[in-house]
Design a protein around this ligand. Structure first.
Ligand SMILES: C[S@@+](CC[C@H](N)C(=O)[O-])C[C@H]1O[C@@H](n2cnc3c(N)ncnc32)[C@H](O)[C@@H]1O
Length: 230
């Protein structure tokens, strides 16, 4: 689900990679995706209808190969997870895991999670937004591609329900500083001073690579402040 480019559209936060999928994953996609995918369309999603219950919903943008997404969904079956990933093999891998383990509290979007949040999520409707190890875009000329910026943070604040959380993690320290800066500057969140990984967030696949390189991981957790809604 991508919108036509407009002059105000944020710069794409990802670079589409080619990736191969094994036969098992291709078959999982063909056979089971219909049961798990976010239906195409343009309107705001009815989250209770999508999941078949009224449990709280968290959106994860950039679920990668989905290992951590699957583990967290299995650990918390009373929390619904909307996982958005642009990389098709990642969607295939997560779907395969969901089917193998009989996990039913995850729905998948193969597409841009920021567009989903902008166009299809009602204000005040999410319990959380998770962004684990977003592409760090380390070169200065690419910083504009970083997902976590002022516009994104405002969007998240608007879509979160009262008490909802934005949870980002990164192994790129300058990006962690940027996250803290923009979230703090928005004035709409209370930042958790503790930057260590909460026990309930598994180490992700991408994080393992960073740790092997000696990178320091920061978890940036922020709770939206109540605002008067018209
Ligand atoms: C560095 S990887 C991290 C993946 C996973 N969270 C992990 O920690 O292993 C970042 C992922 O975010 C995805 N991504 C980036 N921007 C996205 C967007 N706007 N919507 C959906 N996926 C996105 C990329 O395709 C990539 O798979």
């Amino acid at each position: 689900m991508t919108s036509p480019a407009s002059p105000d559209a944020p710069v794409q936060s990802y670079k589409l990679r080619r990736g191969r999928m094994g036969v098992v994953r291709q078959e999982a996609l063909a056979e089971h995706l219909g049961r798990y995918e976010v239906p195409a369309g343009t309107g705001v999603l009815d989250l209770a209808a999508l999941f078949g219950d009224a449990n709280p919903v968290v959106l994860e943008i950039g679920s990668g190969m989905g290992d951590a997404t699957l583990a967290m969904a299995r650990d918390a079956p009373d929390v619904n997870v909307l996982a958005a990933e642009v990389h098709t093999p990642g969607i295939g891998a997560l779907l395969q895991g969901l089917v193998e383990h009989g996990v039913t509290n995850v729905r998948l979007l193969e597409g841009d999670g920021r567009t989903l949040l902008t166009e299809r999520i009602a204000p005040g409707s999410l319990a959380g937004v998770r962004v684990y190890f977003p592409d760090p875009w380390p070169k200065a000329r690419h910083h504009k591609r970083r997902l976590i910026g002022p516009g994104f943070v405002e969007l998240v604040a608007d879509r979160l329900a009262p008490g909802g959380t934005l949870h980002c993690a990164t192994d790129w320290e300058p990006y962690a500083e940027q996250m803290v800066e923009v979230i703090g500057a928005s004035g709409r969140f209370t930042l958790d001073p503790d930057r260590s990984r909460p026990a309930w967030r598994p180490v992700t696949r991408f994080e393992r690579r960073g740790l092997a390189l000696g990178h320091v991981v920061n978890d940036v957790l922020a709770t939206v402040r109540p605002t008067a809604r018209p």
